[in-house]
Design a protein around this ligand. Sequence first.
Ligand code: CO
Length: 425
Amino acid sequence: MDKKLTLSKPEHVASNGLLDRRYFLKSSAAYLTAGSSMLMGSISHAQRSYPDYMTLPGAPLSGYGHRSVNEDHVQRYISLTRGTTGAGNSRTPLEKLHGIITPNGLHFERHHSGIPDINPDNHQLLIHGLVERPLVFSMENLMKYPMVSRFQYIECSGNSRPNLASEASDLTCGEIHGMISCCEWTGIPLSTLLAETGINPNAKWVLAEGADAAEMGRSIPIEKALDDTLIAIFQNGEAIRPENGYPLRILLPGYEGNISVKWLQRIKLSDVPLMTRDETSKYTDLQKNGTSEMFTLEMGVKSVIVSPSGKQQLGPHGIYEIRGLAWSGAGTITRVEVSADGGASWTDTLLTEPVMRKSLTQFRIPWEWNGQPAILMSRSYDDQGNRQPTRSEFIQNSGLQVNYHNNMIQSWQVNSEGQVQNVYV
Ligand code: CO
């Protein structure tokens, strides 16, 4: 390998190869071992042969663009519920993406009875119950209201469930943690529509119901409904994809994904929660004493290293960039630390702007790998004073039977051959 670039001597800030998080920024130029470039200069420009795409006209224009066929391997991980055709989930391949925005075609899915085929011309949203004026909105009506745009993540409360098993499975980052995605969502604040219907002072809960074959329904506290809840119609600038709720969904930033009901058709204000199937038989958290907690809605503070991560293979020894994603349902990420020695020593990473509330935040730090075995971990903090728990802290508080809200620290083991594997620490 040809190391042409002269970098300042890397300053080690924690054990096992972690470098100053600003190392790349301080160097006038930098390249990573993982991305070392080929030697140039042996072929002169005049002698080069031209590929067909430089000698013949290229493809025509198109009304709707598609990614390169060479990128077709970047796919969601699909897991179908046995015996069904449309129930199950597909997970975002986090380790194959860069940045904080999930492309619409790779946003995770969780369906309870498949994706309904809805014609927006026939779709209506009913708001009734403890309101002063029950109203029905057509999509055409809704499009006349002022809209807002926000960058928010959605995380399924069952995300990271594979790590609640007693033995660590050899899986990729996306297979374990890919039930989180982040988009720019555009729509109407629910408070705007509730100002139209008026609110009976006895209203304490809001039912949101979908138009799918499972008629997914969840109860929302009225305070959240009037806070940052959105009736979302657009996802990353275009109409929401069918698998994400076309033509509209409710969106509750920072709350467990299941409550952001897709294909929204009905909102009912009530004095009590509606105790729907989807918040009683599922989405309750079984405790160690055998009772279940209900309405555990806010998602915890969490982070995960996406590279290097499970089932990846490092190349030659040298400098790599550790990068990952952090988020919190309570607010804004303030700090992410990483460890390369299984949690014995930690150091701060660099957070990449923009750092936004209830959105994904990127973190990164250079790491010098000289073939020594390592265990890479990240832990995040938010502006509400929360810190991501270790595996043992999580088990102590919630147990492994809990099934939901797993935000424990992820550990990736790198062996001397450079193979990366999910492990428990
Ligand atoms: Co919950």
